[in-house]
Design a protein around this ligand. Structure first.
Ligand code: SF4
Length: 380
């Protein structure tokens, strides 16, 4: 078993208000004081991991949320300084941060770049004011375009998030949105279908969504459009220009290690040939109090070694999302398990044309991409 690459994820669990489709952990931002306390607690948490990761290089950093751009460049700088103090960061680390177009000025965008953020991921979601309103987004089309244009001046690498199959959205609406987004020339696009997630406002009152045949047409045309515009489809919802795949997310999908910090953050760490998963409590005040009162063990909701029999499922849950070929060595190195135990399943998938197997390389076919969930059930 190898020690995989390590990424660091930092969760900023605050938003202006909750979007009705969102199931990420975030709370309404209540005061400046809570931001200061949260940063203090977060830095304390980061300091606890310096020994655990002392002989490892952090290859990527991702500041997600919530809405990290509710934190000023000065606050983010304070967090990055702590990260540099407690970890060894690769010289060419990808350092991403999520940005909400309703919470950043042009000066902020420039200042985040100056403090070391080298990739911004902007939650545009739609470029049509009608749908931005339906989604309860806090920004307008005009603001989103201005932010994307400003970001393109200061950042070589940036992602735009766009949703489709929104309540009341037609085929033409969805394709126009995608065309306009492509014209902003991001290096990376996350283009994903609105789904109704448990615990969200939409789950309580389900909006009327486009019919299946409309959604199918949006996918077919959207994939063609992205491909002909130079975006390589490398993961279920991710499209990138050459060399601009999101390294942090690729590390998740290849079963790499990641250390999470912050309320609600998750970790997956390989330690002494065992794989450990951690999740942290989704309550900002409790998170802060436990850390500042020196009870760090109380911030975990779970902190367990993955039983060996669950590892293949966990591995493929991530790895099958990625469309790059998978090598048998890669599976064995990252899981410490023998591929021979599951070879029969892949031979069956190959007969059903869900994958191709060539020497030690397995590639998921276009048909297979539609049957990922069915394949995963075999590993449960
Ligand atoms: S801004 Fe983003 S994280 Fe916050 S509620 Fe909306 S979708 Fe969720």
């Amino acid at each position: 078993m190898i020690i995989p690459k390590l990424g660091l994820y930092i969760h900023i669990p605050f938003c202006i208000r909750k979007c009705p489709y969102c199931d990420f952990f975030s709370e309404k931002i209540s005061s400046k004081e809570i931001v200061d306390k949260y940063v203090e607690a977060l830095i304390h948490e980061l300091s606890l991991y310096s020994e655990l990761t002392s002989n490892r290089l952090v290859e990527t950093i991702y500041i997600g949320g919530g809405t990290p751009t509710l934190f000023s460049p000065k606050k983010i700088d304070q967090i990055l300084n702590a990260v540099n103090k407690f970890f060894t960061i690769s010289a060419d680390a990808e350092i991403s941060m999520e940005a909400n177009p309703g919470t950043v000025s042009s000066d902020d965008i420039r200042n985040y770049r100056e403090i070391g953020i080298n990739r911004l991921s902007i939650g545009i979601q739609s470029l049509n004011d009608k749908f931005l309103k339906i989604l309860h987004r806090i920004h307008t089309r005009k603001e989103a375009i201005k932010v994307a244009e400003t970001v393109s001046k200061y950042y070589d690498n940036f992602n735009l998030d766009l949703m489709h199959s929104l309540p009341g959205q037609t085929y033409a609406d969805a394709i126009n949105d995608l065309k306009e987004l492509i014209s902003l020339n991001p290096r990376h696009i996350s283009w994903y279908q609105l789904t109704i997630e448990e615990g969200t406002a939409y789950a309580e009152s389900i909006p009327s969504l486009p019919d299946e045949d409309v959604i199918d047409s949006i996918y077919i045309e959207g994939y063609d459009l992205l491909k002909s515009s130079g975006y390589h489809h490398y993961e279920v919802s991710a499209f990138a220009q050459k060399e601009y795949q999101c390294k942090h997310n690729v590390n998740y999908w290849t079963f790499g290690d990641y250390l999470g910090a912050g309320a609600g953050a998750h970790s997956k760490l390989t330690i002494n040939n065992k794989i450990r998963r951690q999740s942290r409590i989704e309550n900002t005040c409790t998170y802060i109090n436990n850390l500042l009162e020196n009870q760090p063990q109380e911030i975990y909701l779970s902190n367990e070694i993955i039983p060996e029999q669950n590892i293949p499922f966990e591995y493929f849950l991530n790895r099958l999302r990625l469309f790059t070929p998978l090598s048998i060595n890669e599976y064995e190195n990252y899981t410490g398990l023998s591929f021979n135990n599951i070879r029969y399943l892949f031979e069956k998938y190959s007969e059903d044309n869900l994958v191709t197997i060539e020497k030690d390389k397995i590639t998921i076919t276009e048909k297979g991409q539609l049957f990922i969930n069915q394949m995963l059930e075999d590993f449960l």
